[in-house]
Design a protein around this ligand. Structure first.
Ligand SMILES: Cc1cc2nc3c(=O)[nH]c(=O)nc-3n(C[C@H](O)[C@H](O)[C@H](O)COP(=O)(O)O)c2cc1C
Length: 329
């Protein structure tokens, strides 16, 4: 009998497929549907730092909704945002009652401002963990790599000092020395790292001569950067690794487990295929484990990470030498 259980950030998950933060996890009905379809945890749709700051500023007397020329608009927006925070906490409470899988709250942030105190409310509402989606596009040439990194460390320090539920960071790969930075992040009090954030791709419409968004959903082809870095970082980090971007089926999930991930997150595939893909993917993982005589995920997790010398060469080969060396005309 094959056992799909896995540990992620100290949480026991019944299988490695988590639903990533998205519209799929923004309301109770959908969360119930994801749980029923077999997912082992959900990461709630993110609250944004700005949404929390609206409330913080108001309580500090800095925010006056009646000020300025767009009074009514601001006023309306202010109350909408107040409402959003309460709704978010209520969603955590309702989801905890409605399903028996871990509920991971999510905040999208880019500074360590006062919003960090809101993490306490999230913990009190009953969330099992908190995922911080931190993203600063290092597009300012005046900023040095370490300035960028310091923002991440400040956020981690502040939030980990507020709460005791496990915290993960969901990040991009835009760092000076990625392996070194990821390792140092893992040596803080975080319990997990979610690699890598996927952003709307940038494209240009040459007829309209304007910037447009690229593909909204990923494909399995988008996974390779994350797969490489999960494989490289397994064994080098002091927290769990979770994969996001391009995981569309059970075969994709197996690749990330072999590279060393504790769990994977799926989003695009569910939008494209429906929640039924969760069960199909879990079946694929089970069938593969049976075929390869594995009884538990721990028996093969990280088997193909960079830890062996042969794999080091493969993970670090960034050129197409082999391809061009053997390609026939
Ligand atoms: C419609 C949609 C909404 C999303 N909303 C969020 C969000 O609120 N917070 C977040 O951290 N990621 C968000 N994401 C990113 C996903 O969680 C995920 O990291 C990304 O889509 C890559 O995974 P995938 O290849 O399985 O789609 C969103 C993605 C989609 C497609």
């Amino acid at each position: 009998m094959v056992d799909l259980k896995t540990m992620y950030m100290g949480l026991e998950l019944k299988n490695p497929i988590i639903i990533g933060s998205s519209g799929l996890t923004s309301n109770l009905d959908s969360i119930k549907q994801m749980s029923k379809a077999g997912s082992s945890a959900v990461v709630l749709k993110s609250l944004f730092e700005e949404q929390i700051m609206m409330k913080v500023n108001q309580s500090m007397g800095d925010y006056n909704p009646f000020h300025g020329h767009t009074e009514m608009y601001d006023y309306q927006k202010y109350f909408e945002k107040q409402h959003i925070l309460e709704e978010y906490l209520q969603l955590i409470k309702d989801a905890k009652k409605a399903v028996d899988i871990p509920i991971i709250a999510s905040i999208n942030c880019m500074s360590s401002a006062e919003w960090t105190k809101f993490a306490k409310d999230i913990e009190r509402a009953g969330a099992d963990a908190l995922e911080l989606n931190i993203f600063l596009l290092p597009s300012d040439p005046k900023m040095e790599g370490k300035d960028n990194e310091n923002v991440y460390f400040d956020i981690i320090k502040k939030v980990t000092s507020e709460i005791s539920i496990p915290i993960s960071i969901k990040i991009s790969h835009y760092f000076d020395n990625l392996a070194n930075t990821l390792q140092r992040f893992s040596q803080t009090k975080i319990k997990g790292m979610v690699l890598f954030n996927r952003f709307y791709n940038t494209d240009i419409d040459i007829e309209k001569e304007e910037l447009v968004g690229g593909n909204f959903y990923s494909t399995s082809d988008d996974m390779s950067n994350t797969l490489r870095w999960i494989g490289i970082m397994n064994g080098l980090v002091e927290c769990d690794l979770c994969a996001t971007t391009g995981i569309h089926n059970g075969k994709d999930a197996i690749k990330f487990l072999l590279a060393g991930a504790s769990a994977v997150q799926m989003v695009s595939s569910i939008y494209i295929n429906s929640a039924d893909i969760i069960e199909t993917s879990l079946r694929e993982v089970k069938d593969w484990m049976e075929k390869h005589n594995y009884k538990s995920i721990d028996e093969f997790r990280g088997k193909l990470s960079k830890t062996s010398e042969m794999n080091t060469a493969l993970y670090e080969r960034v050129q197409f030498m082999k391809y061009f060396g053997t390609k026939k005309k």
